[in-house]
Design a protein around this ligand. Structure first.
Ligand SMILES: Cc1cc2nc3c(=O)[nH]c(=O)nc-3n(C[C@H](O)[C@H](O)[C@H](O)COP(=O)(O)OP(=O)(O)OC[C@H]3O[C@@H](n4cnc5c(N)ncnc54)[C@H](O)[C@@H]3O)c2cc1C
Length: 412
C-alpha cells in the first residue's frame, strides 16, 4: 500500500466521523439518527462550558460565541441601528469581517445563511488543528469560512463550530520556490505563499502592485483564496494563464484526523490533485497555498461598448454576428470577461485584454464595428461607451469607505 493510499484510507475513516459536509435540515438528521449524527446544542453530549473554555485556552482566547447582527433587526427592523446595518451590508468587506455573515443570505428553497454557535477566529495552523480535534472528539458539525462567497451555502451551518480563517491573511513572495520533495523534478520558480483566509485583493496588491508579477485568481476582490482555488477558479485572463488551481504548487492542509500535511505534486500527490477543484472543505482545512507567479504582461486594457439593434429581427442577426466575431477574434488568450445579450435588443460588451497594444486591440474590433456602421439602419453603437482603458488605473476598484485597515486586519 502506498503512502498516498494509506492516507486516503485514513481520511475516509476520519471523514466518516467528521464530514466537512454541507448542512442538512435538522429533520433529516432526526429521521436518520445514528451513532454518527452530529451533536447539537441541547443534546446531552454537547460540550460543557468548561470544555469550550478549554478550547478557548488552546486557541489563545480566539473562540467567539457567534451572534448574528441580523437577529435584532428581525425584532426591530425599523430601528436606526438596522438602517445602519443594511447600509453597511452592501459593502462586501464589511460582510467579510463579520463572523456571523456570508456574502449571500441564501438561495430560495435551498438554504438560508445561519451562523454557527461558536467560531475559532484562527490565526495559525495550531488553532485550526485544535478546532478540528475538538469537533472530531465531540462529534460536532464543523464548517470552514474564508471569504464567505459560497453560492451553495457551504461555509455556514446552524449548530456548528466554525473555523474562520479571515485573520490568516499573510502573503509572502518567493523568488525561487521549490515544493517540498520536488527538488529532483522541478526547477525553482517565482511563487507566492498565501494564508488561507486572504482575499484576492490582498494577493493582487502584494504580487502585482508591489512586486510586478501576475497571479491568476478570480475577478472579485473579496473572494477568498482557498475557497476559489478549491473550486477551480476562473478569472478574467484564465484563457492565458489557466484556472487558478492550475497555478497551485503546494498547500498545507489539516485533515480530519488532525494531522498537518503538505500536499504538492511530489508529496501527498492525491490530496494535492483533489484540492485543485475538488470543492471547498471536501478534503480538509487548507491553511496556506503556494501559487505560481507569472511574468506581468506589458499591457492590460478594457473595451466597453453597447450595441443596439433596431428590431427583433436585427437583434437575431446581431447575435449571430457577435458570436461569429467572438469565435474568430476574441476566443484566444488575449481576451476575457463578458458580453451580455439583453432583453431590450442590446448587446453590452465589457471585456478586458492583456498582451496587446491599444492600437492592436482597436484593430481587432475595427472590422466588426465597420460592418455594424455599414448597416446603420439595423444597428447603432454607443460610441460614448467605446473606450480603451487601463484595467489597473480606471477606478475599477471601489474603496472600502470604512476605516479599512483597522477593520481588515483586526488584532485579537
Ligand atoms: C460576487 C462573487 C464573485 C465571484 N467571482 C468569481 C470569479 O471571478 N471566478 C471564480 O472562479 N469564482 C468566482 N466566484 C465563486 C467563488 O470562487 C467560490 O464561491 C469560492 O468557493 C468562494 O470562496 P470563499 O472563500 O470566498 O467562500 P467561502 O464561502 O468562505 O468558502 C467556499 C467553500 O470553500 C470552503 N473553504 C473556504 N476556505 C477553506 C479552507 N481554508 N479550507 C478548506 N475549505 C475552505 C468553505 O467551507 C466552502 O465550502 C464568485 C462568487 C461570488 C459570490
Amino acid at each position: 500500500m502506498t503512502l498516498d493510499s494509506k492516507i486516503r484510507r485514513r481520511l475516509w475513516q476520519a471523514a466518516a466521523v467528521l464530514p466537512f459536509a454541507p448542512p442538512l435540515p435538522r429533520s433529516v438528521w432526526a429521521v436518520q439518527a445514528s451513532p454518527r449524527a452530529r451533536v447539537r446544542p441541547g443534546d446531552p453530549d454537547w460540550p460543557s462550558s468548561a470544555q469550550w473554555q478549554q478550547l478557548n485556552d488552546q486557541v489563545s482566547g480566539r473562540l467567539i460565541a457567534v451572534r448574528s447582527p441580523l437577529v435584532d433587526c428581525r425584532a426591530t427592523p425599523a430601528s436606526a441601528e438596522c438602517a445602519q446595518l443594511f447600509k453597511a451590508i452592501k459593502n462586501p468587506y464589511f460582510i467579510g469581517d463579520e463572523v456571523a455573515l456570508t456574502q449571500t443570505l441564501g438561495w430560495v428553497d435551498a438554504w438560508t445563511s445561519s451562523p454557527s454557535v461558536y467560531a475559532v477566529a484562527a490565526r495559525n495552523t495550531s488553532d485550526v488543528v485544535a478546532a478540528v480535534d475538538f469537533a472530531r472528539k465531540h462529534r460536532l458539525r464543523l464548517v470552514v469560512k474564508g471569504g464567505g462567497h459560497s453560492y451553495q451555502g457551504t461555509s455556514n451551518a446552524p449548530d456548528s463550530l466554525l473555523i474562520w480563517t479571515r485573520r490568516m491573511n499573510a502573503v509572502a513572495l518567493h523568488e525561487a520556490f521549490v515544493a517540498q520533495g520536488c527538488a529532483a523534478s522541478s526547477a525553482p520558480q517565482r511563487a507566492v505563499t498565501v494564508e488561507a483566509g486572504a482575499m484576492w485583493s490582498q494577493v493582487y496588491d502584494a504580487v502585482t502592485t508591489k512586486a510586478g508579477g501576475y497571479v491568476q485568481g478570480g475577478g472579485c476582490m473579496t473572494v477568498g483564496v482557498a475557497g476559489l482555488i478549491q473550486s477551480g477558479g476562473f478569472g478574467s485572463f484564465s484563457k492565458r494563464y489557466g484556472l487558478a488551481s492550475g497555478s497551485l504548487l503546494e498547500a498545507e492542509v489539516v485533515t480530519a484526523d488532525g494531522q498537518v500535511r503538505i500536499a504538492n505534486a511530489c508529496t501527498n500527490a492525491e490530496l494535492f490533485w483533489s484540492l485543485k477543484g475538488g470543492g471547498g472543505g471536501s478534503f480538509g482545512v487548507v491553511t496556506r497555498v503556494t501559487l505560481r507567479v507569472h511574468a506581468l504582461p506589458e499591457n492590460f486594457g478594457a473595451v466597453n461598448l453597447t450595441i443596439k439593434a433596431h428590431s427583433p429581427t436585427a437583434f437575431r442577426r446581431l447575435i449571430a454576428r457577435v458570436l461569429a466575431f467572438y469565435g474568430e477574434a476574441l476566443m484566444n488568450p488575449h481576451w476575457g470577461e463578458q458580453i451580455r445579450f439583453r432583453a431590450d435588443n442590446t448587446v453590452a460588451v465589457s471585456m478586458v485584454f492583456q498582451g496587446l497594444e491599444r492600437s492592436e486591440a482597436r484593430a481587432v474590433w475595427q472590422p466588426f464595428l465597420d460592418a455594424l456602421a455599414a448597416a446603420s439602419e439595423d444597428f447603432s453603437v454607443d460610441a460614448g461607451m467605446f473606450a480603451f482603458v487601463s484595467v489597473f488605473s480606471a477606478g475599477v476598484l471601489v474603496a472600502d469607505a470604512r476605516q479599512a485597515h483597522a477593520r481588515l486586519y483586526p488584532q485579537r
